[in-house]
Design a protein around this ligand. Sequence first.
Ligand code: SF4
Length: 374
Amino acid sequence: MSFYKMLQEKFTWDRIKDFIYSRESIHVKNALSKPEKSAEDFATLLSPAAENLLEEMASTASKITRQRFGKTIKLYAPIYLSNECTNSCVYCGFNRKNDIERKTLSFSEIEKEATIISSQGIRHILLVSGESPNVVNMEYLKEAVNICRKYFSSISIEIYPLSEKNYYELYKEGVDGLTIYQETYNEKTYSQVHPAGKKRNYLWRLESPERGASAGIRTVGIGALMGLEDFRTEEFFVGMHADYLMKNYWKTHFTISFPRIRKAAGNFTPHQFISDKNLVQCMLALRIFKNDAGLVISTREPADFRDNILPLGVTQMSAGSKTEPGGYHNEKHTGEQFEVEDDRSVAEFVQSLKDKGFDPVNKDWDRAFLNTAS
Ligand code: SF4
């Protein structure tokens, strides 16, 4: 059964929301005591009632994380290839209607960015782009990947949804990671926040992680943009998606991100305020539910928050990020997707991880593995 069909048959939004808000402390204690967590247990851990048991959840999550991942934090950085976009996502600085400076990096500019980032020790790069298939087309993407192969051992993409055939072409070129957020799993809200452009196609986006995994991509990241919907219900659907993917694509490693809406051109006001406590609860619930999922926290979160959540479940973090095309080699910062909150340099962040007893991991993958597999 497809994930979409399963959602329609088993998990309607309103029913899950009612269930989450009906939970009490006794249900949370029961859920925590079980060795294997069901979907209902996971929903219970996301409930308001679970807020009173966050310390117990933190202790469980911390133990699982140490067992599965040790004290490692994988580092990565993004290169924004282009901020041109044909979509109008109401929450995004790259919305086609926003009056920002538009830019697509030339190949020599990509090389400049790659040189700077790799000189800081980063070996895992994330290539990001708006949806502008006429400009950032397959030929452009393949060349960008080719350039980055000289500098990085792992290359991920965070771009518009592709067909399985296109994902496979990029995989053959050297892409081993894909990040694609559903933004919101509530189909009605999805259509409201994506009023125009190709991104309106909910199903095409929802099934991108499956197409990527089928194409052989070894790490696939999913998530919802926190602030568009009731976050507890939203994260339940993120967890269900992760559960489905992990069961059906067992060769792929899945990661989950928790992006909160940040200040950006267009000045979108989130539909719901997500506190630090809210985000932490979601992260703990996900770690307890899906023990082996990677959990990602980017530089859109402030430095002190990132430092404080280190022991709880996070396994992957960006460092020294710029969110506009050319941001690493140009001093003038315009046309960014959102404002970065943690602006520490890679060296500062690495030192801070070491001071707290964590092992920053720059490289955990080599293309030689990909060649063997293909
Ligand atoms: S979220 Fe992506 S598709 Fe939507 S406007 Fe921003 S860059 Fe374009």
